[in-house]
Structures are given as C-alpha cells and as structure tokens.
Design a protein around this ligand. Structure first.
Ligand code: DGL
Length: 253
C-alpha cells in the first residue's frame, strides 16, 4: 500500500510522521511545493491549479491514495483532484472534523479553528462542523504562526507574543482544530495557553479516518519514505531528518 502525500512545503511532514508511526503504508512519496509555498495566502484558483500540477507529479508513481496534507489544498482543491485522479484522494478537513465529532461529548462544545487565511476564508471546517450540529465555533487565521514555525521557534518569547496577540480576546475553547500543517509543531505551546482544550491534529485525524473509513488495518514492517520538492530538496530532507527524528534520512544527506 503506497501513499502520495502532498503539501505546499515542508509542513506536511507532520502528517507523514503520524502515518509512519502507525505503519499504514509500505511507501510514502512526499511532494512539497517548496518553490511556491505558502499556499495559505493564495486564492482558490491558484491553489487548485498548483494542486492539479502536483497531481500530475504523483501520476508518475503507483500510489493507492493521494493525501493532501495541506489544509489550504484540502479547503479548495479536493473535488478537482478527485475528478482528475486515477487513485483515491483524501484531504485532512473531513478527517479532522470526524476526529472532533468522535471526541466531543456534546454539540454545545466550543470549538476554535486555527488555519491559514485561505483555509479560514473557505469556511470548509465551519460548514462541516455545522452539518454535524456544532454551533459554538470561532475561526481564526494566526498567519504569523507559519513563519514562526518555519524559523524553528516552537517555544519562546516570539511565539508567546504571537499567541498573546491572536488569543487575547478568545474564550478558552473545549476543542482546538490545528487546521494547518505547521501548527502541530507548536501544539505544546498552544496547549499551555489553553490547558483545558483538546487539540485535533490533522496527522492523527487522517490515521483514524483511513483506519475507519478506508478500512486500512494492515501494518507494514516499515515505511519507505521518498522525498521530493519543487525547490531545494536538501532543505526538505534536512527538515524531515529533524522533525521525523530519523537518522536514516540524516545519513542519506
Ligand atoms: N500547508 C499549509 C496549510 O496547511 C500551511 C503553509 C502554507 O500556507 O502553505 O494550510
């Protein structure tokens, strides 16, 4: 069983980390569009066009499923990808909403969605949550979090100031959807700011979704990872070695 994982850049490695730790695939082909990141500030048509170009790349491989790890892609391009793909396609928004639904004891639960501007503007998380009966929803685009994570500042004064800036007016929620590939890397800091909140991580949510909805129950001894980027693949590999804590990637550099 092989997966193609697509992201605008390196952030989708947070999803790869969850997929690998659950050993759902024998091989993962990762493509990060590092030449054109960020997608989260781009408009719908551009995100769709870039996603369809990424689809052409994945058609070179024998994959069983393409996973759009990028929430901005998941917000705008899943239908177009599905329409044009010879394999299954999954985004991370539906899995994230289902993961929350499976954990929320009540429809009154308060939910804070964090995502890029594109993801929040699409209203896709909100629409799905409302379809499941949730009403108490706040959606926020803390845009500075993405460059802060890119800088590797997962803790400390810069992140604390940014959190204060975005969260000062926000009532502590019951659930926080980490609706951006980069946010799991600062999950601990967000969790400290809102200690009562349950955080929903796209990587864990997609694993749960693949197991439940796609009935992927086989476990592979290990997952071979092939990393591709539209620019500076060395940076992607170095980031992967660090974030995935994988000495074999580091050794191959
Ligand atoms: N991968 C994007 C997402 O999850 C975040 C980075 C970007 O803006 O491209 O929405």
């Amino acid at each position: 069983m092989r997966a193609g994982v697509f992201d605008s850049g390196v952030g989708g490695l947070t999803v790869v980390k969850s997929l690998r730790s659950h050993r759902l695939f024998s091989e993962i082909i990762y493509f990060g569009d590092t030449a054109r990141v960020p997608y989260g500030v781009k408009d719908k048509n551009t995100i769709i066009r870039y996603s369809l170009e990424a689809l052409e790349f994945f058609k070179n491989f024998e994959i069983d499923i393409m996973i759009a790890a990028c929430n901005s892609v998941s917000a705008y391009a899943i239908e177009e990808l599905r329409h044009n793909a010879p394999f299954k396609v999954s985004g991370v928004i539906e899995p994230g909403v289902l993961a929350l639904k499976n954990r929320a004891p009540s429809k009154e639960s308060s939910i804070l969605i964090l995502g890029t501007r594109a993801t929040i503007a699409s209203g896709k998380y909100e629409k799905l949550l409302r379809a499941y009966g949730f009403e108490n929803i706040t959606a926020l685009a803390p845009s500075l979090f993405v460059p802060i994570v890119e800088e590797g500042l997962f803790e400390g004064a810069v992140l604390d100031t940014a959190m204060q800036h975005y969260f000062a007016e926000i009532e502590p929620p019951d659930f926080i959807i980490l609706g951006c590939t980069h946010f799991p890397l600062i999950a601990e800091a967000i969790g400290r700011y809102f200690p009562e909140a349950i955080l929903i991580h796209s990587g864990d949510a997609i694993v749960e979704f693949l197991e439940r909805e796609h009935r992927l129950t086989n476990r592979f001894a290990n997952t071979q990872l092939k990393l591709f980027a539209s620019e500076n693949p060395e940076h992607l590999k170095k980031t992967a070695a660090l974030w995935l804590d994988d000495p074999t990637i580091a050794a191959a550099l």
